[in-house]
Design a protein around this ligand. Sequence first.
Ligand SMILES: *[C@@H]1O[C@H](CO)[C@@H](O)[C@H](O)[C@H]1NC(C)=O
Ligand SMILES: *[C@@H]1O[C@H](CO)[C@@H](O)[C@H](O)[C@H]1NC(C)=O
Ligand SMILES: *[C@@H]1O[C@H](CO)[C@@H](O)[C@H](O)[C@H]1NC(C)=O
Ligand SMILES: *[C@@H]1O[C@H](CO)[C@@H](O)[C@H](O)[C@H]1NC(C)=O
Length: 968
Amino acid sequence: MAAITFIQLSLFLLLGFLGPYANAGRATCVAAERRALLSFKNGLKDPSNRLASWQTEDCCEWKYVHCNNISGHVEKLDLRNPLDYDTYEGAALGGKVNPSLMELKYLEYLDLSGNCFRGSQMPMFFGSLNQLRHLYLSDTCFGGQIPPQLGNLSNLNYLTITCLRTALELRSDDLRWISGLASLKHLNMDYVNLSQASSDDHWLLHVNKLSSLTELHLTNSLLQGSLTLSFTNLTHLSFLDLSGNLFEALVLNPFVKHDSLVTLNLNLNKFKGSIPDALANLTSLKQLDLSANGLGGPIPDIFVKMTSLHTLNLGSNINLVGGLPKSLGGLCQLKTLDLSENSMSGGISEFVDGLSKCANTSLEVLYLQNNNLTGRLPDSLGHLKSLTNIKLGGNKMHGHIPMSLGRLSRLEELEINGNSWEGAISEAHFATLKNLKRLSIFPSSSKSLVFNVSSNWIPPFAGLELIDLSNCRVGPLFPSWIQTQRSLHQITFDNAGIIDTLPDWFTSTYANLSFLVLSNNQIRGTVPLKYNGSSSQINVFDVGHNLFSGSIPSNINETMPMLTHLDVSRNKVNGAIPSSICGITSLGILILSSNQLSGSLPHCWEKLEALQILDLSNNSLSGTIPDSLGSLGSLLFLMLSRNSFYGELPSSLQNCSNLRSIDLGENNFSAELPKWIGKNLASLGILRLRSNSFRGGIPQEFCNLSSLRILDLAHNELSGAIPHCFGNLSSMIMVAPVNQFSVNTSSISEQIVYVDDVTLRVIKGRELEYDTNLRFLVSIDLSSNHLSGAIPMMLTNLLGLSILNLSANSLTGKIPEKIGSLRRLESLDLSRNQLSGEIPSSISDLTSLNHLNLSYNELVGRIPSGNQLQTLEDPSIYEGNSKLCGMPLSLECQDNETHDHAPNHVNEDIEEDEEGFELKWFYVSMAVGFVVGYFGFLGTLWIKKEWRNACSMYLEGIIDRVQLLWRN
Ligand SMILES: *[C@@H]1O[C@H](CO)[C@@H](O)[C@H](O)[C@H]1NC(C)=O
Ligand SMILES: *[C@@H]1O[C@H](CO)[C@@H](O)[C@H](O)[C@H]1NC(C)=O
Ligand SMILES: *[C@@H]1O[C@H](CO)[C@@H](O)[C@H](O)[C@H]1NC(C)=O
Ligand SMILES: *[C@@H]1O[C@H](CO)[C@@H](O)[C@H](O)[C@H]1NC(C)=O
C-alpha cells in the first residue's frame, strides 16, 4: 500500500515538476488576461463555434491566441475570418467587442477582419492598446466615426480599416488623429468615407506627418479636391503661418517627405486638377494608382527618377490629355501600365522603342484603350517579350499590324479593336502565341484588314476563349480553324464577309457558347436556334442581317433558356412567334424585325419581366395586341411598325410607364387615340402611329407628354382641331440635345465613373456618332388626316421644332403670324389645306428652312421674300393658291390674271425628302434606345466580368447596325 502511494506520489511530483515544460518550455497564460479573453468571448456571437477551444486553463493554448514564450502575456489575437469574401458569413463572429480586451496590455497584433459587428461603433478602447503594431479591421461592419483615439497608437506599423462590404458606412470626418500614428508604415482605409475630411485639404497635411509611411491606400474614399491645388493653398498657408506650426511650414508638397513611400493608391476618389509634379520625388514608389478620379491635363514627365515603378495606373480619369510622357519609356521595371479611358493623344512608338532598349523588359500589361492615340504599332513591340495583355482598342491608330507580334509568346490578350488597321493578318502574326486567350481586332474601317490564313491552319494556341474579328475580311468561307479551339465562349464575326453556310461542326462544337454574333454577313441555312441535345448556355445571340431561313423553334425555351439578347432581324425567318419564347424569362432584348414572320402574337408576355426592347417591325404579323404586353413593366421600346396588326391598343399598355418610344406605324389599327398615353406614359419621347386608321380627335392629354420630341400621327383618319395645348409640350420648347431627353446623362456618367466602364464607352461612342442636327431633332407630323380648324397660335411656342408637317388636312384660317419664331424649323409643310389670308412676312425669319410647301391652299397676296426664302425658289412651293403673287411665281402682283399651270401630283423629290427625315428619326430613336436599353442589359452582364470589354465593342457595333437597319 505504502509502495503504491510512494509511486503515485513520485509520479505526481514528477508530473508537477515537468508540467510547465510539457508545452515545449512555454510560459502559461496570465490569469487576468484569461478572464479578459473569456469576457470578450462572452460578448461575441460565434455561430460557427470558432472559439470552442477557449475554455481550457491555459489560454495560450487557445486557437487564435499567441502568447509571449517567456512572459506568457497575450501578444497576438488573430481572429481573421478564414472564409473568403463571398462565403464569410459561415465563420463570422458578431455581437459586441468587450472592453475587457484592454486587459491585454501587451497585445501587439489584433486582427478582427472579416467578422461583422453590424452597425456598432468601432470601440474607442482600441486606442488604449498602446503596444499594438498591427491592427487589422477590414470588413468588420463597424459604422459611424472611426474613433480618433486610434491616434494614440504611436507604435502602430500597420493599420487596415477597409470597408468593401459596407462601403462608406464607416467614416472619418476629421483625419487629425492620423498624425498621431508616428510609426505607421502601411495605411489602408479603402472604402472608408472621408468626404468630410477632404472638404478642406488638411487630410493631406495629416497624412503627410506619417514620415515612415511606405504604403498608402485610400481607394474609393470620396476624397476630393485637387492634388495640385492643395499644394498651392498649403504653400500660402506656410508663409502665413511660419511662426506657428512648424510642421505646416514644411509641407510644401504632398508626400514630399515620403521618399520611402512604395505604394500610393488613391484611385476611385474624386480628385480633380492635374497630376502633381511633386510625385517625381517619390523615387521609391513601386505602385502608383490614381485611376478613376477626375484628373486632367497632361501627364507630367516625372518618371525619370521613379525607376522602381512597376505599376502605374492613371486610367479612367477621362480628361488626361497629351502624349505619353517621354520618361515612361525608361521604366525598365514597369510591369503594368494602364492609361486607358482618357483623352491621350500622340503615338506609342517612342514609348515602346524606349522600353525595348531595356536589358530586360518587364512590361506585362499594357492598357491604353479608349484614348485618342494615333500613329502606328511599332515593330519594336515584338521586343517586349514579357507582354501578356495588350489593349489598344478605341483609339485612332492605323497602318499594318506588325508581324513582330508573333514573337510575344506569353501573350494572352490582344485587343486592338476600333482602330483603322489595314493590310493583312497572317499565320506569322501568331507564330509563337501559344497562350492566346482573347483576340479582338475589329478595325473601325470595314474590310480593309484581311484575316488571311490558310484553310487548314492549325494555330499554335488552342485555348482561345474570345474572338472578335468583326469588320475584318474573314470570309468568304466560314473560318474552319476555330474548330481547334475548345474553350471558346464568345464568338463575334460581325460584318466579316462570310458568304457560306454555317458548318455542321459549329453547333456541336460550341454548344456551350455564351455569346455569338454573326450579324451582317451572308450566311445561309436554317437559323441556328436549334441546338442538338442539351440546352445551351447562350446569353447573347445575334445573327441579324444574314440569309438565314427556317423558323423559331417551338422549344426555344429549352434550347436557349438563358438568352438575354436575341436578334435575328433582317433574315428570311418565317412562321409564327412561338409562345415558348415567353419561357426565356431572362430576355432583355428581342429583335425579330424585317423577317417573314406571320401569325399573331402569343399571349404570354407577362413572363418577360426584364424585356426592355421589343422590335417586331417589318414582318407579316397580324391580329390584335395582346393584353399581356402591358405587363412588360421594364419595356422602353415597343416597335411593331410595318405589320398588319389591327384593333385597339390594349389599355394595359398604360402600365408600361417606362416606355421611351412607341412605334406602331403602318399597321391597320383603328379606334380612337387612347387618352391614357398622355396620362401615364410620361417618359415617352417618340410616339409614331403613322399610317393606321386611328380616328376621332387628338386627345388634350397628349399635351402632358413632357418628354415628347417626335410625334407622328400622319396618314390616319383623325379629325377635330389640333389641341392648342400642344404649345405646352415642354421638350419641344426647350432645345436640349437628344441625349439629355431620355436619360439623365449627368447622373449616368457619375455612375459610370464609379461603376461601369462599359456604359461609359457606349455613351462616349454615341456622342461621337451624332451630328448635332440629329441630336436636336424635334418634329410634329399630323399630315394626311381630316384635321380642321385653325393652326393653333400656341404651336409657335415650340421653339425647338425642326419639322412641322400639317399637310393634307382641312385646316382653315391664317398661318400664325409668329411662325417666324420657329427659328430651328428645317421643314415646314402646310400644303393641301384651306389656309387663307396672306403668308406672314415673319416666314422669312426661318433661316434654317430648307424645305417649304404651302401649295394648294387659299393663300392670297404677295409672297414674302428675303433671307432663306430667296433660296426656296421652286414655284411648286406656292402653286395651287390662285391668289398668290410675286416671285417665284410668274404671276405678278396686282395682276388679276389667274395662273393655270398646276401639276396634279406632289413633287417626288420632296416626297423622298420626307422619307429621309422620317428614317433619320429612327436613327435617333434607336440609338438612344440602345443606350438606354444596354444600360439595363449590362446590369445583367456585369456579373460576368470577362465579358465587359467584348460587350462594349459589340454594343458599339450594334448601334451602327440598327442605324443601318432603319436607314434602308
Ligand atoms: C485653394 O485655393 C483655391 C484657389 O487658389 C481656392 O479656390 C480653394 O477654395 C482653396 N481651397 C481651400 C481649402 O482653401
Ligand atoms: C523634389 O525634392 C527636391 C529636394 O527635396 C526639391 O528641391 C524639389 O522641388 C522637389 N521636386 C518637386 C517637383 O517637388
Ligand atoms: C482627338 O484627336 C484629334 C486630332 O488628332 C482632335 O481633333 C480631337 O479633338 C481629339 N479628341 C479628343 C477627345 O481629345
Ligand atoms: C417550353 O414551352 C412549352 C410551350 O410553351 C412548354 O410546354 C414547356 O413546358 C416549356 N419548357 C420549359 C422547360 O419551361
